[in-house]
Ligand binder design. Structure first.
Ligand code: CA
Length: 249
């Protein structure tokens, strides 16, 4: 999941980047309203964390411009203590949630996670795929209560596809949402990750739509929908990049 973090305090920003990165998010940053407006309009973010008191253009102005442009990413607004007018105005201008400074990082993480989940139409922290259960909060995948061990990268990929269940996700979109800008776009990391996931969870859980992308179907998937050619061990050769060597956050 990719986040845009807009905060002009360098200290707070650095600390949030660390915590969000450790929680598995890819984070892009802006320290003023002008850069924020540009990034938010051009990038694909699963959620935006927006401080309101910003240099150049204030946060409320930036947010209302995004909403007018049709940017629909959920926005968590950071407000100063006691500024209830800002909160009300923020919510009316299109914020989805707010947090008053100072706050605990755990609360920010919990709110962001809930915002993203709800924005994709899931109110529960668990997403079921057939007999698989993905716990987005604990970041655990299990089948009939038995945990299936995934790398951080595999979990991120499966969670993104599962949250977008029923929709074909292109490799481009996966790249945009799961890796930072330095990611080598021609690499086969996503194919390798999907192949590994299929070996761990079963080939039919992630379906390939040739030329379009990947799909986690909403209904039960029979073997006829699987793409066994993509799940063959030959996909993983010594020349392939190990997806977990990529720093994606
Ligand atoms: Ca500020």
């Amino acid at each position: 999941m990719k986040l845009l973090l807009v905060e002009d305090s360098a200290e707070l920003r650095a600390s949030l980047v660390r915590s969000l990165g450790a929680a598995g998010y890819v984070v892009e940053e802006a320290d003023n309203g002008e850069d924020a407006a540009h990034l938010g309009s051009t990038g694909e973010y699963d959620a935006i964390i927006l401080d309101l008191g910003l240099p150049v253009i204030d946060g409320l102005t930036v947010m209302s411009a995004w909403r007018e442009e049709g940017i629909s990413a959920p926005i968590l607004v950071l407000t100063a203590r006691g500024s209830w007018r800002e909160k009300v105005q923020g919510l009316r201008l299109g914020a989805d949630d707010y947090l008053t400074k100072p706050f605990r990082t755990e609360e920010l993480l919990a709110r962001i996670e809930a915002l993203i989940r709800r924005s994709k139409g899931h109110s529960a922290t668990q997403v079921r795929l057939g007999d698989l259960e993905i716990d987005l909060s604990q970041r655990v995948l299990s089948r009939h209560g038995i945990e299936i061990s995934l790398t951080a990268n595999e979990f991120r990929t499966l969670a993104y596809l599962a949250l977008n269940k029923g929709r074909v996700i292109s490799q481009m979109e996966l790249t945009e949402h799961l890796y930072d800008q330095d990611f080598e776009r021609d690499s086969n990391v996503i194919e390798v990750t999907v192949a590994r996931l299929r070996r761990k969870v079963g080939a039919g859980v992630i379906v390939t739509r040739r030329g379009h992308g990947y799909l986690v179907p909403t209904d039960h998937v029979g073997p006829e929908d699987a793409s066994p050619e993509d799940a063959s061990p030959e996909d993983i050769g010594p020349d392939n990049i190990d997806p977990d060597d990529i720093r994606g956050g």
